[in-house]
Ligand binder design. Sequence first.
Ligand code: SF4
Length: 180
Amino acid sequence: MKTTLPPCALAPEMYQDEVLYSPPSRRDVTAEEWRAYQAKKAAAHRRCAGCEVFAECLHRAVVEVDVAGFLACTSETDRRRMRRDLGIEVELDQSPYGTARVGGGPVDHDAVVAARRAYPEDTNKQLADRLGCSASTIKRHLRQERERAQEAPVVVEERPEPTVTEVLDAFDRLDCARSA
Ligand code: SF4
């Protein structure tokens, strides 16, 4: 029987792009870098939007596992917003599905935070050299960590697992869904 692969499996390099793993904020990059990021995100978004298993993929990434990177039309930040909206919390996935990539792939967020704690006097450039990435990547991860620390705690309700429909409704409330 012929199996149809989802678009992310057919173009994995698109989804493993470092800029989709740790999106920049507009103020940290040039206009050209911002346009390049937006173009990459839009291309991945289009693929996910046309994916046959989009709803199931989004449900799993929001309700079951906290995986890194862009998938099912959402960034990690989008999925955190959806969990807050749904009143759920999900453990960081430690399975191979969610394990950080190493060896030339995108740098793991936790590795950057751990390196900052271990070497508090290092510049971003020195940390980047230690981890084999760019200083702007270090900067992005540390900014994301500050933003997470500032977020109010999730109010977790005693409730059944959100359904696929509830997750899709939460997705529709995201800005990225409205601008897609
Ligand atoms: S929706 Fe999920 S399975 Fe489909 S292309 Fe996007 S990331 Fe891959």
